[in-house]
Write a protein that binds this ligand. Structure first.
Ligand SMILES: [Zn+2]
Length: 307
């Protein structure tokens, strides 16, 4: 484990949001009061997780790959396809980081793309190869060494796991063809789906708002073109390869993040969200209702700040 200043704004102005012990490992979560980034401090490293004997998949679920898990992932990918359908071109070379069971990359192949996946979990990589004949590299993304450039990247529920989100985004940028597109899906700290006791977990290191992720992207050479924010759960970002620019969310946004977490802790049980989130009709009509934003989001200030 290691301790760090805010990786986004480099300030040491954090306030502790909570502390828990998982399998003997102490996890403390902090909010940066300057920019609104939420993260574990000290960070949870892979070595810490390995000591607990947990595989990548077990960090989220102890289930084997069964029909229930397949259906859950399929539902998620169907929503993503709805967002991406108009954008994909048939001659693209695509890279999915954390390709999992391979549903999204399989759809990209059906659209005519040359799709490559990276998946650290051996069983999931095997599933994607066996079911869809996908090209999957079975290792961590940091260990990969690709030649040539890609036109499209997807990372669904991936960036929050990495020890350093900026170096993750920089590595993807280094593999990007000019004007390449990058699709991200990550839990939204402004509107979490899971309850307060599961909000901060061993699996994740970072908890983004659309604004903090947009700032991380801008700093690493990605210009956000479109953001889709659901009432609950995660948010989508579509970014295009660009020049790196300084960007930090405002202090006011950091306060907003703090308020959102306090509200969630208070109202999750009061509003019976733990029951409502299980009801499919409620999910369709309310939880997954979304708003699309074009271009930069409000709350990301000072785009001229020097890197
Ligand atoms: Zn910060």
């Amino acid at each position: 484990m290691s301790s760090l200043a805010c990786p986004l704004c480099q300030k040491e102005t954090t306030v502790r949001l909570g502390q828990k012990v998982y399998h003997g490992l102490r996890i403390a979560t902090v909010l940066c009061q300057s920019c609104g980034l939420v993260y574990h401090d000290p960070l949870v490293q892979d070595a810490d997780r390995q000591k607990l004997g947990l595989s990548h998949r077990q960090l989220h679920t102890n289930e084997n790959i069964d029909r229930r898990q397949e259906r859950r992932v399929q539902r998620r990918v169907r929503q993503q396809i709805d967002f991406l359908a108009e954008l994909i071109r048939s001659d693209w070379r695509t890279l999915e980081i954390g390709s999992g069971l391979g549903f999204l990359s399989h759809w990209l192949v059906q659209k005519g793309c040359q799709a490559v996946g990276v998946e650290p979990d051996r069983q999931q990589a095997h599933y994607a190869r066996q079911h869809f004949g996908l090209e999957v590299v079975n290792c961590r993304f940091e260990e990969t060494d690709f030649s040539g450039k890609f036109d499209f990247f997807a990372a669904s529920h991936v960036i929050e796991h990495f020890p350093d989100p900026l170096s993750f985004l920089e590595k993807i940028r280094s593999l990007a063809a000019p004007r390449a597109l990058f699709f991200l899906d990550t839990p939204n700290i402004m509107a979490p789906k899971v309850g307060p006791t599961r909000l901060f977990s061993l699996a994740h290191n970072y908890y983004f708002s659309p604004q903090t992720l947009q700032a991380c992207l801008a700093r690493t050479g990605w210009q956000v073109e479109k953001t889709r924010v659901f009432r609950r759960d995660s948010f989508y970002v579509l970014a295009r390869a660009d020049q790196p620019r300084g960007a930090t969310p405002s202090r006011a946004h950091a306060q907003e993040v703090g308020r959102a977490i306090r509200r969630h802790r208070l109202f999750y049980y009061l509003h019976l969200l733990f029951l409502l989130r299980k009801i499919p009709l409620w999910q369709r009509l309310w939880m997954y209702h979304y708003r699309d934003y074009r271009g930069p989001l409000p709350g990301v200030g000072d785009l001229s700040l020097a890197l």
